[in-house]
Write a protein that binds this ligand. Sequence first.
Ligand code: NDP
Length: 241
Amino acid sequence: MKKLIVITGASSGFGAAMAKIFNANDYPLLLLGRRTEKIEALKLSGEVMIRHTDVTDQEEFSAAIHEAEKKYGPTDLLINNAGLMLLGNVWKQSSKEWQTMLDTNVMGVLNGMQIVLPEMKENHHGTIINISSIAGFKAFQNHAAYVASKYGVHGLSETVRQEVSGDNVRVMLVAPGAAETELLTHVTDDSALSEYEAWKQSMGGITLDPVHVAETVRFMYEMPQEVNIREVDIAATLQDN
Ligand code: NDP
C-alpha cells in the first residue's frame, strides 16, 4: 500500500506539478499552501487532503500533518517545497523582504522536518526532500538574502541527513535552476526583475519545465529505501551558469 506524501507549496509551480504526478501514481496526499483554492483547482481525485498551511506557523503545519496521518497513516515523504524569491540589492532591499524569505525558505523547512522526524526515526522509515536552488551553492547578483536562505537549506539538509541516516531515514535535496513558475511574481524591485528577465532571454528564453523537476523527485523517492540520492542539481540545458 502506498504511504502518505506531504507537499508544501502545492498551489503553483513545482509543488502543483509534484502533486499532479504523485496523484496520478495513486499516492495518498496532503497538499498544503495558503491559497487552497488554487490547490482545489488542480482537480485531483482519490486520496487527497488539502489544508491551509503557512509553513512559518508550526502549529498550523503540525495540525494539518497530524490530521492527515490519522486518516492515511504515517508520513513517508515530506517535500519541503514552499518558498519565495524577492530580489534586490542589500543596500536598498527592505529587511521585511529578507525576513519573509528567511522565515519561509529556512524556518519553514526546519518546521516541517521537526514535525515529521520523530515518527520517521521511530519507524525507521521515511524521506524528506528539500527543494533548494542552484542559488544554494552559487551566488547570483541581486539575490543576497535568497542565496543566504538557500545556502541555509543546503547546510541544514546535509546536517540532518547525517543525523538521521542511522535511523534509515533519508534526507534529499533538489537544487533546480530557473524554471517557469510563479516565483518571479512577488519581486517588487523592477530593475532587479528586468535584469533577471534579460538573463533568461540571453539563454534563449528557455527555462526548466516544473514537470521535469517533479519527475526527478518521484524517481528519487521511488528508489529503494536503502538508496539515498543525496543531492540533485537540475537546470535547463541552455542555462549557462
Ligand atoms: P511558485 O511561486 O510557483 O510556488 C511557490 C509555492 O510556495 C506556492 O505554492 C506558495 O503557495 C508556497 N508558499 C510561499 N510561501 C508560503 C508560506 N509561507 N506557507 C506556505 N506556502 C507558501 O514558485 P516555485 O514553484 O518556483 O517555488 C517552489 C520552490 O522552488 C521554492 O522553494 C523556490 O525557492 C524553489 N526554486 C524555484 C526556482 C524557479 O526558478 N522557479 C529555481 C530554484 C528553486 P501559497 O502562496 O498558496 O501559500
